[in-house]
Design a protein around this ligand. Structure first.
Ligand code: SF4
Length: 445
């Protein structure tokens, strides 16, 4: 049960010294209760109060890192069941399964291809997060060959999948420095697998047959002293996985210690469409890693797009910085286009501007991340703000003309904007897709 502001207040020194940057201890207590600050911001806590508050405010789910520093996938530390309650902290990792019974040449091609897939969305590059390498042949030699190829051809974090501790030990002797996830410790092998995870300080996936066995297994492994865990209930049927993922998250948030770890789920249908649909379900609720069979770019892009929609912070608008963005290599007579700093709006305009093959400048006005009509309706896209953006951006030093193109949806601002800024205002198309034809038709510097 979360502490209330008043319960926290009772633990504070109550001197109102302001060293935490809050005016009173009560204000700090309220901020702490709502998760806006952490206990260490008060430097005057007694040892017992510090211990009590640190425990009370520690995330109910452990943070797990897979992969070498700088390239690692970070999962866990989740604190809510629903995104709108606060936010989901870490987006789940997407992995594609590769089996070691394929010819080495095919494995090499697949690993090279998966490691190079990149999609550009909203100005960022996205790709696959992990390779899941399965020792399905049962032959340690095949497993070693596949892992050797992955080490040579890919920088992606690895999931090493074998139930055989000897095969796992053989590949870890060459792959441990890549900080892979060991999959998996089960009731039959958990002591050996835990020993390997401890020897190399690696995260370990624990696979149970249902929630009860999983909880018991986790308790045995943590009693051995290993805490870097990822949970698998063993379910593979969609509704059962969904049910168990939800139970795991609920119980983790209720601080049931054995389930205080991120999870892994598998969408391994032969039919790639089924695999992707399942993976989408598990991305939403509540897997930390989703392993799928399909490696088609369209499937991966669908899942990455779905993940982007969910794993953004609902308290922060998706916005780009308000500054001058050149398109191509613009000269002194290049067109200047105004839009808002809502990421989606900006990137639509940027893509369509690029498509025109006419170099120019975009100035996204700071509208707190709202789109054109929303910001106009909310009074955030006004003639004053556009005039201010023109002046503050320094665009007047980059172009010799004084013409600016505003979105067609806010044509009503043109007269006032001309009066305020002294720039001639051209009313552009309502949709960014009209930019190429508009520029070709209308732009004369
Ligand atoms: S630093 Fe601690 S004692 Fe000082 S005002 Fe903040 S909460 Fe109170």
């Amino acid at each position: 049960m979360a502490l209330t502001g008043l319960e926290i207040f009772k633990q504070l020194p109550q001197t109102n010294c302001k060293d935490c940057a809050f005016p009173t201890c009560l204000a700090f207590a309220v901020a702490l209760a709502s998760g806006k600050v952490t206990p260490e911001k008060c430097p005057h806590l007694s040892a017992s109060a510090r211990a009590m508050l640190t425990t009370a405010f520690a995330p109910p789910m452990a943070l797990i890192k897979i992969g070498p520093p700088g390239q690692e996938l970070v999962i866990g530390n989740e604190t809510v069941l629903f995104r709108h309650e606060k936010r989901f902290e870490h987006a789940p990792g997407l992995a594609v399964l590769i089996k070691d019974n394929l010819p080495v040449a095919e494995i090499t091609t697949k690993i090279s291809y998966l490691s190079s897939v990149v999609f550009k969305r909203l100005g960022e590059n996205y790709g696959l997060d992990l390779l899941a390498l399965e020792n399905c042949s049962g032959e340690p030699a095949n497993f070693k060959k596949m892992v050797a190829v992955a080490i040579e051809k890919s920088n992606l974090p690895l999931i090493l999948m074998s139930e055989n501790p000897e095969a796992m030990a053989a590949v870890l002797s060459m792959a441990a420095q890549r900080k892979p996830l060991i999959y998996s410790a089960q009731s039959t092998n958990y002591q050996e697998m835990t020993g390997l995870a401890q020897k190399y300080n690696l995260p370990l996936a624990v696979k149970g047959k249902g929630l009860d066995e999983l909880a018991a297994l986790v308790e045995k492994i943590t009693a051995l002293g290993h805490e870097q865990l990822v949970l698998d209930t063993g379910a593979r049927e969609t509704s059962q996985v969904l049910f168990e993922q939800t139970q795991l998250r609920r119980l983790a948030l209720n601080r049931f210690k054995p389930f205080g770890y991120p999870t892994i789920a598998f969408a391994l249908d032969k039919d790639p469409i089924q695999s992707v649909v399942k993976a989408g379900v598990f991305l939403i609720k509540y897997a930390g890693i989703v392993v799928l069979t399909s490696d088609h770019p369209a499937d991966l892009l669908s899942l990455i797009t779905l993940r982007l929609n969910i794993y953004s912070d609902p308290q922060k608008p998706m916005a780009v910085e308000s500054k001058i963005y050149p398109v191509g290599n613009p000269g002194k007579d290049a067109p200047v286009v105004i839009t808002t700093n809502f990421s989606l709006t900006y990137y639509c305009v940027a893509n369509d501007f690029e498509a025109s093959r006419i170099p120019g400048y975009i100035i996204p006005v700071d509208t707190d991340g709202a789109s054109v009509l929303t910001s106009w309706a909310a009074g955030k896209l006004t003639a004053e703000k556009i005039s201010e953006a023109l002046q503050n951006s320094g665009i007047a030093e980059r172009v010799t003309h004084r013409k600016v193109i505003i979105p067609g949806g806010v044509a009503m601002l043109s007269k006032r904007l001309t009066g305020l800024s002294g720039w001639e205002v051209l009313v552009g198309p309502r949709e960014s897709s009209g930019i190429p034809s508009f520029l070709k038709r209308e732009w004369v510097p």
